[in-house]
Design a protein around this ligand. Structure first.
Ligand SMILES: [Zn+2]
Length: 256
């Protein structure tokens, strides 16, 4: 019985790896996403969100001549390391292809890092409005309702962005959210590719998938190491096993 289970597991693993390799080459070489020469605002909640969660997206956009702006809603000062983390964020962003003048880090008394701090969507919406107007942004990207890690500050970023889209008079600005996958899929890195492909809604043109090449994975890893103050042992495991270092899925937010 035990040998049957081991044999079946081995066959399944081989099947998964073979499918992953095939899909990886198909999707790397046939990316259908049409995002070129756009002005894009990525909204994150803390320094390191950009490379922990959005690396594949940022590195794809970088190669398509998009102008990417980053809005970080806090300096991540929960442990008193805010000023260090601000510098780490700038270093990480440069690695990911964001120009230093396009990095905006907010340190507002009502938007302090911490899961127990409630962030007001109206306040976030007003901050977004300033940036969108100033930089003529046409696409906003942020977390979804589960915020990848369920962190309330991540979810607050979506609530603020949604509030902005609902209140703006412009019809030309669209909002994408980063899809959170179940925890069992979060830590199998590129092996999640067959499942990503399986669950992809082929009729939904507003569902974008970004897969990192090995070169881009190394670049995202380098960005992660910019955050030295956060680089505890399990972050190294995160780099190796997190799906978000290799795969991002974005879904257009339907406001109506
Ligand atoms: Zn975060």
């Amino acid at each position: 019985m035990i040998s049957f289970v081991i044999y079946s597991s081995f066959i399944f693993l081989m099947f998964l790896i073979t499918n992953t390799i095939i899909l990886y080459y198909i999707m790397i070489n046939n990316n259908e996403v049409q995002l070129n020469e756009r002005k894009i605002l990525l909204i994150i909640s803390h320094p390191d969100d950009e490379c922990m969660f959005f690396g594949p997206t940022l590195l794809f956009l970088r190669n398509r001549k998009n102008q990417v702006h980053l809005l970080c809603l806090s300096i991540g000062n929960e442990s008193g390391l805010g000023e260090i983390r601000r510098n780490e964020l700038e270093s990480s962003c440069i690695t990911l292809g964001i120009d230093i003048e396009n990095i905006n880090i907010i340190d507002h008394p009502s938007l302090q890092d911490g899961p127990k701090n409630n962030w007001d969507p109206t306040l976030i919406s007003n901050i977004i409005n300033d940036h969108v107007t100033k930089h003529k942004i046409d696409i906003i990207i942020t977390f979804d309702e589960k915020g990848v890690s369920s962190h309330p500050n991540h979810i607050a970023a979506l609530n603020g962005a949604r509030h902005f889209i609902q209140s703006t008079t412009s019809n030309d600005i669209i909002l994408y959210k980063l899809i959170t996958v179940p925890v069992l899929r979060k830590y199998i890195s590129i092996l999640d590719l067959p499942l990503t492909y399986l669950f992809k809604n082929r009729n939904n043109l507003n569902h974008l998938i970004f897969i990192s090449s090995f070169t881009n994975f190394i670049r995202a890893r380098k960005a992660m190491t910019s955050h030295q103050s956060q680089l505890v042992w399990f972050r190294h495991l995160y780099i190796l096993f997190s799906r978000y270092m290799m795969i991002n899925e974005l879904q257009l937010v339907d406001i109506n």
